[in-house]
Design a protein around this ligand. Sequence first.
Ligand SMILES: [Zn+2]
Length: 304
Amino acid sequence: MADFLPEMPKAELHVHLEGSVEPETLHELDPSTPLEELRALYCYADFEDFLKAFGAVGKRLRTPEDYALIVRRLLERLAAENVRYAEIILAAGVVLWKGQRFAPIFDAIREAAAGSPVEVRWILDAVRQFSVEQAQQVAELAAERMDRGVVALGLGGSEERGPAERFTEVFAFAKNAGLRLVAHAGESTGPESVWAALKLGAERIGHGITAARDAELMRHLREHGIPLEICLTSNLVTGVVKSLEEHPLRRLYDAGVPIVLNTDDPAMFGCTLAGEYRLAARQFGFSEAEMRGIAENGFRYAFR
Ligand SMILES: [Zn+2]
């Protein structure tokens, strides 16, 4: 089983650029902070703690060149594990929060991705716990760049502190502009959060694992062909599931919910996409045909 997984062509639909930065790279960008101190950032007591670490990494990305470097590093790793297509999430909300100019950063990452064997598209993420006005700015930045590889508006951050309903108008604006829509939901809160994301118009759900508690919701996802972007290691490390045994992936799959596998934040969770496939196959007893079907979903549900 494990043999064909690394060679199998894969698509990565849920990977945060900022979460792909290894501590060693962060040290290159910020030599004044000892490497050990940076490594210590990558340990989390819980989900909120992880969000803080994500912000701390983001803060150290200071120039367009910094962003270009981390794009090159991420794409080298993805290419090495036979990822052919990636939708990379850029926390545009964090760029605005830092007071940086977005245009030169976007131009730099786009240039860094040109020439990679991995076909790249971009998802600009607004941050739930930041203001609605700022999310609107993110949507506008995304809409202006649809001719340059931006395919979707995303919503990330804290589900508890930023309910989806706040962003109804922002998502309506994005949809009108022709952007695709995706939202993290049902990761650290219950199925009602997934319903709220669907109401926004989300066409894929980041995580969505608590949908397994709601039969009606699973039926809705199946009937409307809305996939869940499952990130096993992420869920374990942030503690939203206590153990792999408790992870609902198999239940969701058996209920006919479309599934894609992803890394979320490979450096911050110490995982690779091939490793996530291996973990799923081993833990949940998926056959080779089922694993190939899940990999095909990565291409089927792409926003390109
Ligand atoms: Zn994520």
